[in-house]
Design a protein around this ligand. Structure first.
Ligand SMILES: C[S@@+](CC[C@H](N)C(=O)[O-])C[C@H]1O[C@@H](n2cnc3c(N)ncnc32)[C@H](O)[C@@H]1O
Length: 242
């Protein structure tokens, strides 16, 4: 993890107190906004956080938009089929920037989103606050920590969803979206993904759903079902079946 290489910058005088709080909480350096910044920068605005990779000049900073909808093609809503009927609560144990977790919440699910990299979790909590403000009935909780430990401490959920970092290939590196590139720089590889699947299978009330590249080996043998898209696949492991 390269969490330690991130700097924090207050982008307006009104954001200074929050920037100081984040710097203290995340144990990261706070720089003046006129400082000569390099590497990864967490920009603190009065109303949002943004993440910029100064190693890639000219690219926009990432701001999570929790309302951004992904529209699956008709008949291709693999995630609905993977979650199964009767799913009301989900632990997203590898939440990242929350694209999946906010998708679940917009579908009316109660979501606990776990993320272990402090800077990513801060971006996620910032987006969660904006989401809860816009959608008062939403039940969306961010938990900072390692899911291998945190899953056991959460209330049981119908589904535990896992989307560990995909193995890196040259093709992926060239095509990856900005958010995925930032995740990779901050989080590195998720080497404990198999252990996490086993822990999740002990705890899920109904099923564990694992998102994988379409042709990758399953993280645990013999999924009960698979839902395949063009580039990804959802492996489903039912609770009480081993
Ligand atoms: C590929 S990203 C997830 C992307 C996410 N599904 C989205 O829609 O934005 C994987 C994330 O899971 C986190 N992660 C992996 N293993 C974890 C664990 N054991 N506990 C907590 N977070 C974990 C990584 O830090 C990384 O941010």
């Amino acid at each position: 993890m390269v969490n330690g290489e991130v700097s924090i910058v207050a982008m307006a005088p009104q954001a200074l107190a929050r920037a100081q709080q984040l710097a203290l909480g995340l144990a990261l350096p706070l720089l003046g906004c006129s400082a000569d910044v390099s590497g990864m920068v967490l920009e603190v605005y009065p109303d949002r956080l943004a993440l910029r990779n100064c190693a890639q000049p000219g690219t926009h900073a990432l701001v999570i938009d929790p309302q951004r909808r992904r529209r699956p093609a008709p008949g291709r809503d693999l995630i609905t089929r993977s979650l199964g009927r009767g799913c009301r609560s989900i632990i997203d144990a590898t939440a990242g920037f929350g694209a999946d977790a906010f998708d679940f919440a917009r579908r009316g699910k109660k979501v606990i989103a776990i993320e272990r990299v402090g800077v990513i979790a801060a971006m996620l909590e910032d987006a969660a606050q904006r989401f809860r403000f816009r959608c008062a009935s939403a039940q969306f909780v961010v938990v900072v920590g390692d899911a291998c430990e945190q899953i056991a401490l959460q209330p049981p959920a119908d589904v535990i969803f896992l989307d560990p970092m995909f193995p890196q290939t040259q093709r992926h590196t060239a095509l990856a979206r900005k958010s995925q590139q930032l995740l990779r720089v901050l989080a590195g590889d998720d080497r404990d993904a198999q252990q996490l699947v086993n822990i999740a299978r002990e705890k899920a009330l109904r099923r564990v759903v694992v998102k994988r590249p379409r042709h990758a080996t399953p993280l645990a043998a013999n999924p009960d079902s698979c839902f395949r898209g063009r580039s990804i696949r959802y492996d489903v492991y039912l609770a009480g079946v081993s």
